[in-house]
Design a protein around this ligand. Structure first.
Ligand SMILES: NC(=O)c1ccc[n+]([C@@H]2O[C@H](COP(=O)([O-])OP(=O)(O)OC[C@H]3O[C@@H](n4cnc5c(N)ncnc54)[C@H](OP(=O)(O)O)[C@@H]3O)[C@@H](O)[C@H]2O)c1
Length: 308
């Protein structure tokens, strides 16, 4: 697995991490055994960065519980990142975050669910957060207590990243980036590179579209993808499938389109780690092993041209 430094944390991370949203069963049922086995399969293939959130799972929090359980025996060898900000939002009761105590309370609950004393990275999950000072105060207290080792923001908004890095100590930014969504190349990725902010890439497979496994006739029944069945969602899916067809030249005997899609993301020099979601062992292994290579200069240039 290719290694990178995660911004100012200085931590060495494999370029392919593991995103633990899907294993919580929020969009497509995943049994506990399959979830735990997927996490361990990624670990066995060299993944050392795992991303979860207090809001992930059905019920919320189950993703953190399973991540904690799966990684308990290797806790000191892996980096665990979680997020606060969206717990109970799905149920129509978003927390207010009007005081640092709300952030601290969420963090302590996350530690409890994962059965750990300290989480390596706590990220603000509010992509449009307008009150960074409340979060700074909470992060500072949590750092002093030893409950977190670093903090970051999850957003694609350049204004929000800049606000979270106002003091110069924001360690990471989590952002949506794939060959189907390259907007971050214009602002967030270069800003992070210039300011030594580690980048954590979510959605690198665009919820499966970038793997090339869907067709114009595909129908979806899960909570997240069912709005792709009609209207604007369907139109967007079809437009993206046109782009997928343009990059099918990346598939070959040794590499699936899903793996090439992941390699595209980590070929960008500002990217520290991609966190594809996997719902089973096969996906986890395929995604992790994609981290052994980048695209060639020629392939990268052709994908950029095809997806511009
Ligand atoms: N900060 C935020 O607000 C935020 C938002 C979204 C995600 N995230 C983080 O980013 C992670 C990844 O994002 P994501 O889960 O939205 O999307 P993704 O990684 O782009 O896509 C994941 C989905 O693609 C399918 N898939 C994965 N590997 C595959 C393979 N090798 N071959 C074929 N299909 C494959 C699986 O779904 P099926 O098998 O059901 O098709 C899987 O759930 C999340 O787990 C989470 O940690 C963060």
């Amino acid at each position: 697995m290719i290694q990178r430094t995660l911004g100012k944390t200085g931590w060495q991370v494999g370029v392919m991490g593991f995103g633990a949203w899907g294993i919580g069963g929020q969009w497509g049922k995943v049994e506990k055994n399959a979830a735990i086995n997927s996490i361990r399969a990624a670990l066995d293939c060299g993944v050392n960065f795992f991303d979860t959130a207090d809001a992930y799972g059905n019920p919320p929090g189950i993703s953190e519980e399973w991540v904690g359980e799966a990684l308990a025996s290797v806790r000191d060898k892996v980096i665990i990142a979680t997020k606060a900000g969206n717990f109970a939002r799905r149920d129509g009761h978003p927390l207010a975050f009007t005081t640092p105590l709300h952030v601290e309370l969420c963090c302590e609950a996350s530690l409890h669910r994962m059965k750990i004393d300290c989480v390596d990275l706590l990220q603000c999950h509010l992509a449009q957060c307008t009150e960074p000072d409340i979060w700074f105060e909470a992060f500072d207290r949590l750092l002093r207590k030893g409950y977190i080792r670093a903090f970051g923001i999850s957003t694609n908004s350049i204004e929000v990243v800049k606000a979270f890095n106002r003091r110069g100590d924001c360690a990471t930014c989590q952002l949506d980036y794939s060959y189907l969504n390259r907007s971050a190349e214009a602002d967030v990725l270069p800003y992070c590179q210039e300011n030594n902010i580690g980048t954590i890439i979510r959605g690198p497979l665009d919820k499966g579209i970038a793997t090339g496994k869907f067709t114009r006739d595909s129908k979806f029944d899960d909570w997240v993808r069912r709005n792709w069945n009609e209207g604007d969602g369907r139109e967007t899916l079809h437009k993206k499938l046109d782009v997928v067809d343009k990059v099918r030249f990346l598939e070959n005997d040794g590499r699936t389109l899903a793996q090439a899609a992941l390699q595209f993301v980590v070929t960008h020099p500002a990217v520290s780690v991609a966190i594809p979601g996997a719902k089973n062992v096969d996906q986890a292994q395929a995604n992790a092993t994609a981290g052994e290579a980048l695209l060639s200069d020629d392939e990268y240039a052709k994908v950029c041209e095809a997806t511009a």
